[in-house]
Design a protein around this ligand. Sequence first.
Ligand code: ADP
Ligand code: MG
Length: 572
Amino acid sequence: MVLALAPLALKALIDRLAGTQGEGTRSFALLDHHVLLLALVYVGALCLGRLLSDFRPLLVAAAEQRLHARLSRRLFGHVLGLPASFHLDRQTGALAHSLTQATTATQVILSALMQALPLAIELGTVVLVLAHLGQPQLVAIFLISGVAYAVIYRGGTLRIRRRGKVVAQGSLAAQAFLADSMLNVETIKCFSAEGVVRQRFIALTEALQSGWVDLHRQRAGLAAASTAVFAVAVTASFVVSLEAVANGTLSVGGFVLTTVYILQMVRPLDTLGGAVRDIGQAIEFIEPARRILDEQVEHAHQRDSAGTQGSKLPSRPLDIRLSGVHFSYAQGTTVLCGLDLHIPAGGTMAIVGPSGSGKSSIARLLLGLIQPTAGQILFGERPLHETCLGDIRAAIGYVPQDVVLFDDTIANNVAIGMPQASQAEVEQACRLAKVHDLIRAQPDGYNTRVGERGLKLSGGERQRIAIARALLRRPSMFLFDEPTSALDSRTEAEVVHDLRRICAGRTTIMITHRLTVARHADRIALLQDGHAVEVGTHQELLLHNGTYARLHRLQAGAEGTAANDGDAGTAT
Ligand code: ADP
Ligand code: MG
């Protein structure tokens, strides 16, 4: 706006000078201070315009940083609330990169808008001044070139958006592959797969590179087209204003003014077009993050939404009932079909069954990470789907089959579910999980960092930290998924002994393939073909002489002759 008005001062200055020509030095001296004033106004207007545009980034930076922080928090919070089904399909590298892409793209949009808005005002000023000069042809040239810019930028932006999409996708694919490779770097090394992996990464980056080149080719094409419009518009305006000066309808100052304006008008038009182009391109880079934000969060994180909140879950142990539960991850692959199980309040049920029979899926169902396709799960009288998942998860102490830890200290990993726990409580939980002495032996004790995913610890150590983590919360129910699979027989026996004591009186589900662990449960369910084929106590199932009894004989034989009834030194 200031820049747009500056030439007005220049026009007045030139007209003044032109008017004094030939009147001698005396009158010129009289006008001296007027001329000087006009010159100062012109320079002042130019400087102010420059300063404003130079200071704009400072103002914009604060807004951009606020936007970045808000967007990151929103996306992070949203992703945390998304259901397990989303996370199963998620590519960690792509997810993280989509946030970076979206933030950068939002900044591009923001700065394009910040540029475009003052330019829109500047353009309006230019049109008004041109109209007041009484030169309709110039206004027409201005408007026609405006339309020409609109047409070429529209087509160009569409083409750039298509390329932008390819680049955004390619960049996500490369980042996803990078993160996945880093997570599997040990496997890559052990299988000498560095070459293969590197080749795949090269292919991805080459595709990305050619995508960028293609995108910039489109941008260059668009720039060439807009330069052509510029050349035609400026030439036409020169012709028209020179003619007007010749006819005497335009003063010399007016000629300079129109010339400056025509040059000055093209810049904002061009910049406006550029802003539209950049916004179009940026939209494609925001798209992946927008798709994530469109995903529905699980109802655990919508406590206030209708029907999901209800009253809080009682803190006493509840009975757990699965009735007619069907489940499949994808169409055509049935994991559970008509599973009926009842675990009385305070009782312990072991679930055994062949690998892949759906044992871990039952754990995920109980935690509300996945939903049954048919049937019902009840905690006490309360159907799971009508209960706040946050409450359910708070009531259950869960030890997963595959333990993954945070890249943090051991103490923080143990206290993740109960951050207010004291050091003494953390240590007590670790003692019960038979991991306290091991932790004390670490160089930094409880402050030892475990590395990404806890990879600096052994599988058995991770497993015991997971047990300690669950015990620390003192939940009313326990859900163990193969909690001792990575432990040696002796440690397993000790841990199981302690667990039996801790779990007494709390509803407990013990998923295990070790019958030495299962046999202590009040009841055992053998899972096969999607439902419980045998349910009873250890003795009942042995008497039944079915699959359980056969498995028992098999494991007893495999565990050697140390004990004659299959306890094999792990008796507790
Ligand atoms: P278990 O714990 O008894 O070994 P799971 O419950 O982990 O078995 O898995 C049951 C079946 O579901 C298996 O056939 C497995 O391949 C399949 N499965 C497990 N997780 C997924 C998943 N995220 N997507 C698709 N199929 C899965
Ligand atoms: Mg499993």
